[in-house]
Design a protein around this ligand. Structure first.
Ligand code: ZN
Ligand code: FE
Length: 256
C-alpha cells in the first residue's frame, strides 16, 4: 500500500492511498493533480473521502466522481457536493481491504469528521483534514474552543505510531509559534530542524505521527505546565482547560 501527498493550490495536500491498482483520495480540492496521478500510475479511483465542506477540500469532487465513478463519503452534517454517502462518528467503511472508522471532530467546522484506519502494514493512519496540523490546529470558524479541545483530545489518544495526514503544509509557521509558547522544549527544537531540512529540499513535513505531535504541538499540550504558564503570562484570566486552550488559539491568531 502506498501513501502519497499530492500537492494542490499553495499549501494543500490531497492524500492518495493506493495498492498499485485501486486508489482512494482524501479532500480533493482540485481534480487535476488527482487525475494526473491516476493516469501516471494506471490507477482506478474507487473512493473519495471528505472531512469538511471547505472549497479547498471538495472543489474537485464533482469532476472526479464524473470522470471515475468513484463513490464519495463525507460528513453527515455539512453541505456537500451530492450525491455522496454521509458518515458520522462510529461509522466504519471497508476500502482497499482496509477498515476505516469515522471520528466526529467539530471545531474548525461544525460537522468536521476525521478518517482513521488501524491497518496499513500494521501502522495506523489518520486523515484529519483541517482539525490537527503538525504543530498546530485549524482555526475555529464554526465550533467552540471546548469542541476543538475535545476533538484534539480524541486524536491525541490514538496510538502513537498513527501517521497523521494533515491537509495543509503549515508546519514551519506553526513551529515558529510553538517555539514562542515553549522555548525550552528540546523535542520541539529537534523537530524544527528536521522539518526545516525537509522544506529546504521541497519535501513534505508530513505525515507526522501522534507521538511526535504529543511532544511538540502546543494545542495537544495545552494542559502542560509550561504551556499554561506561557498562556497565563499573556492572559491571566485563563484558568480552566478550555479558557487556556481558547487563549492559546487566540494567541496563534494574532501571532506574526
Ligand atoms: Zn478548512
Ligand atoms: Fe483547508
Amino acid at each position: 500500500m502506498t501513501l502519497l501527498p499530492l500537492p494542490a493550490f499553495d499549501d494543500n495536500y490531497i492524500w492518495m492511498l493506493h495498492d498499485g491498482h485501486q486508489a482512494l483520495v482524501v479532500d480533493p480540492g482540485d481534480e487535476v493533480p488527482v487525475l494526473q496521478a491516476l493516469q501516471a500510475q494506471h490507477l482506478q479511483l474507487k473512493a473519495i473521502l471528505v472531512t469538511h465542506h471547505h472549497a479547498d477540500h471538495v472543489g474537485g469532487v464533482d469532476e472526479l466522481r464524473a470522470a471515475t465513478g468513484a463513490s464519495v463519503y463525507g460528513p453527515a452534517g455539512e453541505e456537500m457536493p451530492e450525491p455522496l454517502q454521509r458518515m458520522a462518528g462510529g461509522d466504519t467503511l471497508q476500502l482497499l481491504g482496509l477498515s476505516f472508522s469515522v471520528l466526529d471532530v467539530p471545531g474548525h467546522t461544525a460537522g468536521h469528521i476525521a478518517w482513521y484506519s488501524s491497518g496499513v502494514d500494521g501502522r495506523p493512519l489518520l486523515f484529519c483534514g483541517d482539525t490537527l496540523f503538525s504543530a498546530g490546529c485549524g482555526r475555529l470558524f464554526e465550533g467552540t474552543p471546548a469542541q476543538m479541545l475535545a476533538s484534539l483530545d480524541q486524536l491525541a489518544a490514538l496510538p502513537g505510531d498513527t501517521r497523521v495526514c494533515c491537509a495543509h503544509e503549515y508546519t514551519l509557521g506553526n513551529l515558529r509559534f510553538a517555539q514562542a509558547v515553549e522555548p525550552d522544549n528540546v523535542a520541539l527544537q529537534q523537530y524544527t530542524r528536521q522539518c526545516e531540512a525537509l522544506r529546504e529540499r521541497q519535501q513534505p513535513t508530513l505525515p507526522s505521527t501522534v507521538a511526535v505531535e504529543r511532544e511538540i504541538n502546543p494545542f495537544l499540550r495545552s494542559r502542560h505546565r509550561a504551556v499554561v504558564q506561557a498562556v497565563q503570562a499573556r492572559e491571566p484570566t485563563a484558568r480552566d482547560d478550555v479558557s487556556v486552550f481558547a487563549a492559546l488559539r487566540e494567541w496563534k491568531n494574532q501571532f506574526r
